[in-house]
Design a protein around this ligand. Sequence first.
Ligand code: GLC
Length: 554
Amino acid sequence: MKENWWKKAVVYQIYCKSFKDTDGDGLGDLQGVIDKIPYLSDLGIDCIWFNPIYPSPHVDGGYDVADYYGINEEYGGLPAFKKLLETAHQYNIRVLMDMVLNHSSDRCKWFQEARKSKDNPYRNYYIWRDPVDGHEPNNWANYFYEGKGSAWEFDETTSQYYLHYYSVHMPDLNWEYKPLREELYKMMNYWLDMGVDGFRYDVFPYIKKPEGLLSITDVAPLPNGFVEARAKKANLPGIHDFLHEMNERVLKGRDVYTVGEGSAVNPETAISYTRADREELHSLYHFDIAVKNRILKPLEIKEKLLRWNKVYENGGWIAQWLNNHDRPRQVSHFGNDKDFRKESAKMLAVLIHTIPGTPYIYQGEEFGMTNVCFDSITDYNDAYTCGAYDMLVRAGENPKDVLEKLRPSSRDNARTPFQWDDSENAGFTTGTPWIKLNPNYKEINLKKDLESEDSVFRFYQKLIALRKSEEAMWNGNLQMLLPENETEFCYLRETEDSKLLVLLNYSSEKKELILPEDLDVKDATLLLSNYDREKDLMDRKAFLPYEAAIYKMV
Ligand code: GLC
């Protein structure tokens, strides 16, 4: 296999607004990230992915970009970003920008111009339609508000509707219009020329709109089912041409990495997006395991991992992750943040870092930050949570029940500030934080974790270091042993000259360790475990709750 730096790399995701504030305005900033680059280097990560840090009204946490060429002044503006790039590179840390290519903010100059008149040069950057019988052009729902609001908004000035798959303040860009594509490519080249090392493409499967959209009479209403309707709008014929063109115009000849955020993508499609000879994306970030509103059973996770391993086996590549700025904290959702917080945090880390793909760490995960439980909707900020709350309460549901229902999946679980220590506001800010902190910060914070003997952070450090010393960690084929076992994971990662064995007890119960009979473990040496373990695998009988161990076999 050709060696690419991003296959070996560990990516660390930063939600800047909640990372570290240095000027006391209650918002994280780039100086805060610069100050913590030595910390990230100490952790061992190779690459940072920034959630959008462009100027934005923040209707949707920055995914509503108002100026694609700028950096939010509240974060320090372009000078701070350039300094950050320089500092990160000095530490051999690469930097990925979030590219929001499906939509812009309605405050973006392009849209401000476009809405002025039908013949404005920017008009076709967006998707406009006449009303049909005085109503929206079709019944499409936007993705906020659980599919209960229209994807069309009427604009008085020109008496036409514009399309917005997300918030009404995030009009969709018209990829069919070549000058728009050219504008985007120019902008992406501008960031790469500045020294950025790659991109994460936000909701890219939706950039190609359904056929017929351009002629209003052809637009058949999509099924009302929200998820179904959404899937029908993703990965449509023609998207590969766009991605290939973008690759040619922006990425070709550069040593950069791209990862496409692909909800509604299956492994077969992922292969077609990421196999090197396709020249589209380098890797795909799928949502099959971190599904919304449901916690998968360990066996389901195992099955899905195997299903997605087809991508790796067929020359494609994926990201491995369990939490991000849109999903609950992984130790709360997939682990046990009550009785086995540290053990399960470490076990999940081993899982993500030992299966084929590039592992992603979301800020705070590295010492086991947990979900938050706010008592009032006014403490929530997430557009999904607030929008859905509004819709459901207006539809007559009991406000308390609605809050209860929305809490576990609220995106604010991941967006509360980083808990650096147990001082006021967890050391995040000296001002008033933009969102409340998780009140558990006195107990769970980085400083305390580092002082403890069973530090989660130190465990991550060792795990990441292993990726550097053991080629099989990133380049080995996966062989799942005991595939039907419900909670025990036992698998090999193997290259021509090295072999690792990974054992996980994905449960809160103590189990008996049963290894496959034909597995020869007499020479196995322990590389890492989240319990104090005897070195010899032969002597082991018990498998402790959330135990995780990596052995070297050859
Ligand atoms: C992606 C982002 C999410 C955002 C949405 C619209 O899913 O991760 O935070 O709301 O795109 O840009």
